[in-house]
Design a protein around this ligand. Structure first.
Ligand SMILES: NC(=O)c1ccc[n+]([C@@H]2O[C@H](COP(=O)([O-])OP(=O)(O)OC[C@H]3O[C@@H](n4cnc5c(N)ncnc54)[C@H](OP(=O)(O)O)[C@@H]3O)[C@@H](O)[C@H]2O)c1
Length: 183
């Protein structure tokens, strides 16, 4: 079940972090750290010594701090972006309509990678681009071999497939991957 939940989100998180090219001690802002991709990106970044500030619901804060985030800010607060220290080396956008709020928080010459097809125009020497996950067996093997990534898939019987799909597309899955199983 865990293997079924890993490929798309794990590869997306890994490929995004590789293109951002951050190193130990640098700071990364992740919008939607609570989702399936964000929670994996937090773990991969933290393992490299990158400081991660994640936007998420307040209810997700404890979980994300436990995964290695250094700070979690509640995105429901309309002033969330004013409550974090700017100057991030990079931003990873995993929530729609958050790129424009995140861009001012990135330092001059920094980097912004959007997974939601809304990379903003470049400014202040910031490189900004959209990224789409690509299949890569070697990277998947790397993720599995690490053996340290925490996933929390929700198993549901096949019979509730349509309702489960509706939960995912309406954002009601709470950041979990739903895995349908023969019950
Ligand atoms: N480009 C690519 O290759 C690629 C690959 C994978 C995913 N994606 C995209 O990445 C996005 C996230 O997908 P996912 O599967 O990782 O996420 P997900 O698990 O579906 O994310 C759901 C979570 O998002 C949180 N959320 C909703 N709006 C938010 C906001 N404005 N700021 C912070 N958190 C917010 C929700 O929190 P609450 O319920 O607590 O409010 C919920 O926990 C989707 O748009 C997806 O299409 C792109």
């Amino acid at each position: 079940m865990h293997a079924a939940a890993l490929p798309v989100n794990g590869l997306t998180a890994l490929q995004a972090l590789e293109t951002l090219g951050l190193s130990r001690g640098q700071r990364l802002l992740i919008t939607n750290g609570g989702g399936a991709t964000g929670a994996l990106a937090i773990q991969l970044a933290a393992a490299k010594g990158i400081g991660v500030t994640a936007s998420a619901s307040a209810a997700a804060a404890e979980r994300l701090l436990g995964l290695g985030a250094t700070e979690v800010v509640d995105y429901h607060d309309p002033n969330w972006s004013a409550k974090v220290r700017g100057g991030f080396d990079a931003a990873l956008i995993i929530a729609t309509s958050m790129a424009d709020d995140a861009l001012p928080l990135v330092r001059d010459g920094g980097r912004l990678c959007s997974l939601t097809s809304d990379a903003p125009p470049e400014e202040r020497g910031i490189t900004s681009w959209d990224l789409y996950v690509e299949p890569n067996a070697a990277q998947l093997a790397q993720l599995v071999a690490a053996g340290t990534l925490k996933l929390a898939p929700e198993p549901l019987p096949m019979s509730v497939g349509p309702a489960a799909f509706a939960r995912v597309v309406t954002g009601q899955a709470g950041g979990k991957k739903i895995v349908l199983i023969r019950a």
